[in-house]
Design a protein around this ligand. Structure first.
Ligand code: FES
Length: 129
């Protein structure tokens, strides 16, 4: 029951993504692919006063990777860069709300990987998140 509610949330974000698009200019931009399947996520950020003033994501791929990126943009909008850096994969997985199998973990974490790589300026692995 609870599981199906969260599945609905993921499908809703997949069908009606929040903060979809690009920002030009952007203070931080990064994109990456899941090497296993080729799915893509790009994230653009505008920062003001050390806080996320605007965030957009774009890309294509499975429901989990795209919905997770959409949910992530809602989580970080308005947050300080320090708070964004402190976000963990568990924070995001908790927000997704459904058990993510090891095979889908890369899908679920692609957006967070891209976001952190953009802010830190270096590639991130799942272990860094
Ligand atoms: Fe490619 Fe999920 S199948 S990111």
């Amino acid at each position: 029951m609870v599981d199906s509610l969260y599945r609905e949330i993921i499908l809703d974000h997949y069908r009606n993504p929040r903060n979809k698009g690009t920002l030009d200019p952007a203070d931080y931009s990064y994109e990456d692919t899941n090497p296993l399947c080729g799915d893509e996520v790009r994230i653009d950020l505008q920062v003001a006063d050390n806080h996320v003033a605007a965030i957009r994501f774009s890309g294509r791929g499975c429901a989990v990777s795209q919905a997770s990126a959409s949910i992530l943009t809602e989580m970080v909008e308005g947050k300080s860069l320090d708070d964004v850096k402190a976000l963990t994969k568990d924070d995001l997985l908790e927000e997704l709300g459904i058990p993510v199998s090891p095979a889908r973990l890369k899908c679920a974490l692609l957006g967070l990987k891209v976001l952190k790589a953009g802010i830190y300026g270096v590639d991130q692995t799942e272990d860094d998140l």
